[in-house]
Every structure is written in C-alpha cells, then in structure tokens.
Design a protein around this ligand. Structure first.
Ligand code: NAP
Ligand code: GCO
Length: 264
C-alpha cells in the first residue's frame, strides 16, 4: 500500500463545510479516509454534507462550536461511538477580524484567540487520549503567513497563528513518543470566503490594491487555491510523514522566500 494511502483512517477536519477545510477533506477522501467534519450551525453542516455528496463523498457532519470545550468533548465521544476513533485531526476552523489594533476591543481580540488558538488546544486535547490508546495519530494545525509575519489590522490573528505554531511544536514535543505526529500547514494567500474582501473588484473595475500587492509578493504570481493544499495535507496525514514532527509546512507559492517584485 502506498505511504500516502489513508484507507481505513478516520479524519476529523474542523470547520470544513467549505473553504480550505473542505478541500483538505476532499483530498483525504480521494486518499481513502473516512471524512468527519463540524460546523457551528446545522444549516451549514447540511450544506456541507450536500457538497460532499456532490463530490461522491459520504461524510459525517456534526454541529459543534470548537471554542466550547464541553461541546467538543461530547462531539468527539459521539464520533468515537458512531464512526470510530479519530486517526487524523485537522484544526482548520478559524476566523479573522481586520481591525487596527488601537480600535479593536479586548473582546474582539479574545474572540479571534478563542477560535484560532484556544480551540485547536481544546480539540487536540480531546482526541489525543484515544490516539495514545490506538498507538498512533496525526494532528495538523492550519497556521498562516501570520505565524511568521505581521501586517496592519491583523494583530489578534497574527498572535493566534503565531501561538498555534508554537502549540504545534509543543504537542509534537509532548506526544511524539506515543507515535503522534503534530505538524502545521501555513497556507499563503488562498482564494476562499475569508480572503474575498481582499480580492474585491474596485468600483473603477480595477483589481483590489491588496490583490495586486499579493501578486507582487508571490513568486508564483497568483493566489493559491484551496486544492493547492490537498497534497501537503495528505503528506502530513499519511505514513509518509511518520518521522516529520513539529514542522510547519508553508504552502505559499514562495511568499516567505521573496522580497517582492519592484513596482513598475
Ligand atoms: P473560511 O472560508 O472563513 O472558513 C472557516 C471555517 O471555519 C468555516 O466553515 C467556519 O464556519 C468555521 N468556523 C469558524 N468559527 C468556528 C467555530 N467557532 N466552530 C466551528 N467552526 C468554525 O476560512 P478559510 O479561508 O477556509 O480558512 C480555513 C483556515 O485556514 C482558517 O484557520 C484560516 O485562518 C486559515 N488560513 C486561511 C488562509 C486564506 O488565505 N484563506 C491562509 C492561511 C490560513 P462558519 O461559516 O459557520 O463561521
Ligand atoms: C490577511 C489574510 C491572511 C490570510 C492568511 C495568510 O488579512 O492578511 O486574511 O491573514 O488569511 O492567513 O496566510
């Protein structure tokens, strides 16, 4: 069997009704995994189930707010009873608030930290005990360019994603001896609903200034697609990465390597 085969594995991808999580789940299904996902609202879970069905994937969907520890523990227990022990966890659910720091309330800052950092802690903590009992596990945290870089208006998000990078390294350090590998994926700028405001066509028909900026900052000279993350995610979920631990795999078209194209 190929090292990249996920047949027989159960994968929980959080917040995967659409966007990056949905693409990663599609990739896992193609590699043979059983797909389990959650979203906050039933209507989104139903929408997600329909979307998976249209891709020929029989997914299992659960309503759960990943910031609610009791709800997460109940969901994981339900998944273990109804589907089986989770072999692969992708902490994908995330939000961003683009607000200048001095105008951001502490409550808004905490809300981003809650979803983007506290929730990966809560969900990882819920699945690790069964992974230890099973003798293996894969945890993949969806980090960001903002795990390494800052920019205006994303202070909470950068703090969360920087923390998520270190949580990834710490889970790898603390549970590596139980054959659990914890790594991160750091997507570059990917065309999803989360970045749609940064790509809006301007009233004069011009591309968004930030869109032009990102193209100039990316050697690949394009935005990423969610599907660009499928292969890297399969690698980190498969036996092919059993000796890769605590690593953040940046899938960014080269942004982190590049000073940026000189403006004409
Ligand atoms: P997205 O389109 O906004 O999707 C985020 C998903 O997370 C949605 O399904 C959302 O559900 C879910 N979610 C949010 N809060 C939740 C909660 N408390 N409990 C459960 N589900 C929750 O985002 P995306 O672009 O696919 O990004 C996915 C991940 O990649 C995020 O962690 C993001 O930070 C990260 N990332 C994105 C990019 C990019 O350029 N797009 C780049 C690097 C990293 P609802 O619709 O119900 O809110
Ligand atoms: C932003 C973007 C980024 C991307 C991603 C980059 O406002 O700068 O939303 O944060 O979402 O995290 O890796």
């Amino acid at each position: 069997m190929s090292q990249f085969d996920l047949t027989g594995k159960i994968a929980l991808i959080t917040g995967a009704s659409y966007g990056i999580g949905f693409a990663i789940a599609k990739g896992y299904a193609k590699a043979g995994a059983t797909i389990v996902f959650n979203d906050i609202k039933q209507e989104l879970v139903d929408k997600g189930l329909k979307a998976y069905e249209e891709e020929g994937i029989k997914a299992h969907g659960y309503v759960c707010d990943v910031t609610d520890e009791n709800a997460v523990n109940e969901m994981v227990a339900k998944i273990e009873k109804e589907v089986g022990v989770i072999d692969i966890l992708v902490n994908n659910a995330g939000i961003i608030k683009r607000i200048p720091m001095t105008e951001m309330t502490a409550a808004e800052f905490r809300q981003v930290i809650d979803v983007d950092l506290n929730a990966p802690f809560i969900v990882s903590k819920a699945v690790i005990p069964s992974m230890i009992k099973k003798g293996h596990g894969k945890i993949i945290n969806i980090c960001s360019m903002m795990s390494e870089l800052g920019r205006e208006t994303v202070s909470a998000y950068a703090a969360a994603k920087g923390g998520l990078k270190m949580l990834t390294k710490n889970i790898a350090s603390e549970y590596g001896e139980y054959n659990i590998q914890c790594n991160g994926i750091g997507p570059g700028y990917i065309a999803t609903p989360q970045t749609a405001p940064l790509r809006e066509i301007q009233p004069d028909g011009e591309r968004h200034p930030f869109d032009k900026f990102i193209i100039a900052k990316t050697p690949a000279a394009r935005w990423g697609n969610p599907e660009d993350l499928e292969g890297p995610a399969i690698f980190l979920a498969s036996d092919a990465s059993n000796f890769v631990n605590g690593h953040i795999l940046y899938v960014d078209g080269g942004i982190l390597a590049y000073i940026g194209k000189q403006p004409k």
